[in-house]
Design a protein around this ligand. Sequence first.
Ligand SMILES: Nc1ncnc2c1ncn2[C@@H]1O[C@H](COP(=O)(O)OP(=O)(O)OP(=O)(O)O)[C@@H](O)[C@H]1O
Length: 472
Amino acid sequence: MGRQALLVEDDNAIATVIVAGLEAEGFAVAVRDSVAGRDQALSESAYDVMLTDVMLADGDGIDTLTQVRSAFPEMPIIILSAQNTLDTAVRATDGGAFEYFPKPFDLDEVVRAARQAAETRRSAALDSDEQQTGLPLIGRSQPMQDVYRLITRVLNNNLTVLVLGESGTGKELVAEAIHDLGNRKSGPFVPVNTAAIPRELIESELFGHEKGAFTGATARNIGKFEEANGGTLFLDEIGDMPAEAQTRLLRALQSGRIRRVGGNEEIDVDVRIVAATNRDLVPLISSGAFREDLYYRLNVVPIKLPPLRERRDDVEALARHFLQKAAQDGLPRRTLSKDAARLLEQQSWRGNVRELQNLVYRAALLARNDTIDAETIVGVLDDSASDSEPFHGAGQGNIAGIVAQWLETHSFRDGELYHAALGELEKPVFRYALERTAGNQLKAAQLLGINRNTLRKRLLELEIDPEEFTPG
Ligand SMILES: Nc1ncnc2c1ncn2[C@@H]1O[C@H](COP(=O)(O)OP(=O)(O)OP(=O)(O)O)[C@@H](O)[C@H]1O
């Protein structure tokens, strides 16, 4: 007895292609082009799998999925959608879809999914939780589609996720989305920025400590692991974790238990780990700075976020989103002209979405009219360009020349050179940013385009006192 598939699709061309693919795979396919036609077909025969479009002439193929699911809990459903938002992906999964394919899709993949679905026929209906609204991630470009698909695949399990991507690409936002939309949403979301915690405190911060574990441990302290029990622990900048903490983390991941610093008791913890890094971990493994076994433990489901310059299609939507946010934050309400949007799309966005966000806020503040036009953008871009040249006015020579000269006139012990030189470069940059923002670290971090915890930590290390820059 052959397998039966129901295809609900109102685009004839797409339907023809899918039918051909499914038939080649041994399916008998019934095609309907509306929600009503679908329901009629379902009432008349049984199907091993249903594939459905979202936007149909008489309704939304996802909104009514929950009913289909409860009437036919064993029939896997595959969603084919041209509305490529995370919202659609999540609504599809919440409605109990087996798989979600944004259009345009790869026919082979759809057919493969249909075959697998028919084989796995699920017995239980998935939770049909209330639909989520106000989803955080903006962008419908192809690279983001891949990200959304991966996100939906980890929502209802506890697999460890490693989010990779340059600074400002939205790694923390992805971690939050996984938590907020997943099966742990009623538990806590606990973010830890590994790079921002002094090395000697990191183990106690993560695992807690017992009273008297070290000088200054005047009371028992619960660590982030225990705090995240039942929820999600987001470990940001994982590449900066010191060796001892890595070993402890690996042990915790292997055993599902932790021990507080200075404690003997093993404590069970139920925590989903989402880790993130903007550094390439492979060279860190080769140089011995990152444990290979820990890398494999963390890298169960890698989600790579594309830099903004590789998804320019999303720039306009992001810019409009940030204008709305800016208005909610009390800035003047502005719109964006088409020319301005085109200009934004052409930028290189080395600071990624964070840089775009900062620029849009600045434009919202500085624009003279309700509409932000290309001219305003040029002005704001010029401003940021001079902000990123901390040495302007230093006169003769380029930065490389100045660095070379500085190196010539200093001596270093082994292992010191790189950090000493970078520190020298960072100092004037940070001082400049603090000067421009009157010592406001949050604004300085925004201007710099770096994480504010990273800034705080570096200021401590470089012995720069932000107070020095505050007025009065
Ligand atoms: N797809 C997106 N849609 C809307 N906002 C976004 C998106 N991606 C990033 N942002 C915003 O850009 C800013 C930077 O994002 P986030 O902090 O998640 O980046 P990150 O990759 O974790 O950066 P870092 O590595 O520097 O910590 C945040 O304000 C975030 O809300």
